[in-house]
Design a protein around this ligand. Structure first.
Ligand code: AMP
Ligand code: MG
Length: 421
């Protein structure tokens, strides 16, 4: 009999559901208005409506001549050249019977014209005031009609959309200079460990470079948050307590390291001394089992949501992919998740899985038929960064998954496609 029997470990989906239930959505006052050009990766807090028709007037899709359709039904046809319609100008006169206007791509179709004949189908000598049409164009040929792309007032982009460069072009073309977006959630990163030093500062064999803080800061930044990297704290209760008591005003505190059961794994104990409401500790996953989640009450302020990640770099980033990114998506009210799951064909067999859901670093590419293919990296040590860097994603092995043969389709988590380009 074990008197201290723990609650059964949550599985990955249960842990994620627990986290999202705990988080309250950012309130509408956490909105800011920014320049559309700076909005890449930001999530819209209001719909973006077109401020004008696009194109704003009937315009030419080609360099050529604006004509009346009827005047070039029988070719060759010689037409009188009465002027030019260049992009950025308006040709003020009306085209009469038997007349043509030289027009350039983007130029507004003059009144009286209904068809564009492309330059390649005409003959014209410089200085001459006539043009010969050699090939008939159908009525309306090469005209982009006013509002063809979109009409003023149309919803171009909906609330909840995470903006990419194409969306920015769309909003800008709609004459929208500013957009309302959710403010970036602020995430404090607190690394723990006597052994940790910053990159470039490692001189002793007892030291380990803090690679997790810059990794997670970068991920948070890409996901539309703001990372605040706090000073590393050593493995002393008091130092950790002081650091956590002095956390700046943030939405999420991510602790790194010290989440397990070793003598120097102090995070949970210190959090509890500070009144922590533990949501869960440990998730049935591999790597990254000892994950801590809960809320830390703050005097006179909203609770801080705490995610405690293990220190091994791969455990840390898998925990961040699975839980921190959805937290950011949730706080940002984003309408779709950043990480995508898919399926890929194994190029090598896999052994059966144990009781915890496994995330295997994997190479992911396409075969000659365009089919996604994958194979696990040889080095699956949770501290191995080289195989992490060489992976394009993870093969997901559900608990107790039977062995899988070469050619089997397996679920994968695809990286390098955060959908924000
Ligand atoms: P811990 O979770 O504190 O038991 O740490 C597990 C392993 O991860 C140890 O080998 C640590 O040295 C290493 N580690 C902890 N924190 C970091 C960090 N921020 N960056 C890189 N490695 C770390
Ligand atoms: Mg440690």
């Amino acid at each position: 009999m074990n008197a201290n029997k723990e609650k059964p470990m949550l599985n990955v989906d249960e842990a994620k559901a627990h986290i999202l239930n705990t988080l309250s959505k950012l309130k509408s006052d956490k909105i800011e208005v920014i320049d559309v050009a700076d909005a890449q990766g930001r999530v819209l807090a209001k719909d973006v409506l077109a401020g004008r028709d696009q194109p704003p007037a009937d315009s030419s899709a080609m360099d050529g001549y604006a004509v009346k359709f009827a005047d070039q039904e029988n070719v060759p046809a010689t037409l009188e050249l009465i002027g030019e319609a260049q992009a950025g100008t308006v040709f003020e006169d009306t085209l009469g019977k038997g007349q043509a206007v030289r027009i350039f791509t983007g130029g507004i179709v003059p009144d009286g014209a209904d068809t564009i004949v492309m330059q390649e189908n005409t003959t014209h000598q410089d200085g001459e005031d006539s043009v010969i049409i050699n090939e008939t164009s159908h009525l309306g040929r090469h005209i982009r009609y006013q509002g063809h792309d979109f009409k003023a007032g149309l919803t171009l982009l909906s609330k909840g959309k995470r903006l990419n460069s194409r969306d920015i072009a769309l909003a800008a073309a709609g004459n929208v200079a500013n957009v309302s977006v959710y403010k970036k959630p602020v995430v404090a990163l607190l690394s723990t460990g006597d052994e940790l030093v910053s990159a470039g500062e490692a001189t002793k064999i007892s030291q380990i470079v803090n690679s997790n803080a810059p990794m997670l800061a970068n991920l948070i930044d890409m996901a539309g948050g703001i990372a605040v990297i706090l000073d590393v704290v050593g493995d002393q209760d008091n130092a950790l307590k002081t650091a956590i008591e002095n956390i700046p005003d943030v939405d999420i505190l991510v602790t790194i390291g010290g989440a397990s059961v070793g003598d120097y794994d102090l995070v949970q104990g210190v959090l509890k001394e500070l009144g922590f409401n533990l949501g869960f500790w440990k998730v049935a996953m591999r790597p990254g089992k000892p994950i801590i989640f809960g809320t830390l009450p703050q005097p006179d302020k909203a609770d801080i949501t705490v995610l405690g990640l293990p220190g091994n770099p791969v455990s840390s980033i898998v925990g961040a992919y699975l839980f921190l990114l959805p937290m950011l998506d949730h706080l940002l009210n984003a309408d779709s998740p950043l990480l995508i799951q898919s399926k890929a064909k194994l190029t090598e067999a896999l052994v059966e899985n144990g009781p915890r859901q496994a995330y295997l670093r994997a190479g992911i590419s396409h075969d000659e038929n365009g089919q996604l293919i994958t194979n696990q990296k040889e080095d699956q040590d949770s501290a191995a960064l080289l195989s992490l860097s060489h992976s394009q994603g993870f093969i997901i092995r559900p608990p107790h998954a039977p062995k899988a043969a070469k050619g089997d389709l397996v679920p994968i988590m695809l990286l390098g496609n955060l959908g924000i380009y």
